[in-house]
Design a binder for this molecule. Structure first.
Ligand SMILES: Nc1ncnc2c1ncn2[C@@H]1O[C@H](COP(=O)(O)OP(=O)(O)OP(=O)(O)O)[C@@H](O)[C@H]1O
Ligand SMILES: [Mg+2]
Length: 382
């Protein structure tokens, strides 16, 4: 359902540091501010004090495993669920206790949630009709919106006559019909097949940027999050683990959870030997940038599969380690190569190797190789 409150008259109001309402619009002020949001269901703590800012026009993605609290947080932003504690400020207006109907957003759910007995045009018009807009304005607005989502001729059809992807485009048109300040999307793509999901995620991102509407999208699909977001909010068990650009959360995961959850990663248990050296099994690695970790400290080294260089003996870079291929799995564009660093032959690393390189080096179980583990790409988390 599309909900929209009348806009505040005059200039946007923002909150100054001491909490006073000031009529001065600050463009650098966050459009949406969440502070200390807590929510319990019975004795279960679904959100354990979440604080977060979204900039105006930003697409922010809540990413996390099932049950971590993504939908609950989104519903609290929408006023569809009330928080036990915490504050929500949107466009400078404290909406913490404002009911859903009085807030300024459009929302799209995972299941298409269109009214099956209304035509597409009437579905899109739903929020506009409620606001007593003139018939002529509504007609031209529907045409504009249907064109915007790439379905200019769908108006007279019923939702049941459309594919899942088409229905989500209509749900999107309905959500933005009233030009809300905030667009909320809860797993809008997860009911669609893989191809349609990729197509529609590109369309949603393009539309969101064109409209400049501040958007929060919930997903548990990391590829979706990385490809669409300005910033990703990685959540786990009712808390935020990290907020960062897609590259930041991928390249510089702040916690072991983020490293494991976002993308594939190798985890090597290691012991610091001091002066930036770390022992992994029988191998000693130099990570000059982590000289701060005292000898004897147990740590974990994290390294992405695509960072590992695999060389057939004789062509190795200096400092590469002797190893053996334990396993080769063909995955299309590249192969996932399991590598044993120790004599036991159990794969302790996984590297992504382009198919051509696998062929050229005749990589197969047992092939002797040298692997380079770039120190700069290695994260140390304890
Ligand atoms: N109305 C409710 N009553 C009781 N428990 C609830 C209620 N809503 C959510 N929960 C619980 O709160 C936790 C967070 O739920 P939420 O729906 O926010 O998870 P999510 O991150 O959106 O997960 P998913 O990816 O599966 O949609 C879950 O453990 C869920 O069972
Ligand atoms: Mg959910």
């Amino acid at each position: 359902m599309t909900l929209r409150a009348p806009r505040d008259p005059g200039a946007p109001v923002s909150l100054s540091k001491n909490g006073d309402r000031s009529p001065v619009a600050r463009d650098d002020a966050p459009y949406l501010e969440l502070a200390g949001i807590r929510k319990t269901f019975g004795r279960f703590e679904a959100l354990k004090g979440v604080s977060l800012d979204a900039a105006r026009g930003e697409l922010m993605v809540f990413l996390g495993p099932s049950g971590c609290g993504k939908t609950t947080l989104l519903r609290i932003v929408a006023g569809l669920e009330s928080q036990d504690e915490g504050r929500i400020v949107q466009g400078g207006r404290d909406v913490s206790t404002v009911p859903a109907i009085g807030r300024d957003y459009g929302i799209v759910f995972q299941s298409y949630a269109l009214f099956p007995n209304l035509t597409v045009a009437d579905n899109v018009a739903y929020g506009l009709v409620n606001r007593r807009t003139s018939r002529e304005t509504i007609r031209s607005r529907i045409a504009e919106l249907l064109k915007l989502v790439g379905l200019p001729d769908a108006g007279p059809k019923y939702p049941g006559q459309l594919s899942g992807g088409q229905q989500q485009r209509i749900a999107l048109a309905r959500a933005i019909a009233t030009s809300p300040g905030l667009l909320l999307l809860d797993e809008p793509l997860s009911a669609l097949d893989a191809l349609e999901r990729v197509r529609l995620r590109g369309e949603i991102r393009a539309l969101q940027q064109r409209l400049g509407v501040t958007t929060i999208m919930v997903t548990h699909d990391q590829e979706e999050a990385l490809s669409m977001a300005d910033r990703v909010v990685v959540m786990n068990a009712g808390r935020i683990e990290q907020v960062g650009t897609p590259r930041e959360v991928y390249e510089k995961p702040a916690t072991p959870f983020v490293a494991d959850f976002v993308g594939k990663i190798n985890v090597l248990p290691a012991v610091a030997e001091g002066s930036g050296r770390f022992r992994v099994g029988s191998v000693s690695l130099a990570l000059d940038h982590r000289q701060d970790i005292a000898a004897g400290t147990e740590v974990k080294l994290y390294l992405r599969p695509e960072e590992i260089g695999v060389h057939v003996n004789g062509h190795a870079a200096a400092g590469a380690l002797a190893a053996k291929v334990a396993k080769v799995e063909f995955l299309g564009a590249f192969c996932m190569v399991g590598i044993a660093l120790d004599a036991a032959g159990t794969p302790s690393l996984v590297a992504n190797v382009p198919r051509q390189q696998v062929d050229a080096g005749r990589l197969e179980p047992g092939t002797a190789v040298r692997v380079s583990l770039p120190a700069g790409a290695m994260r140390v988390l304890s």
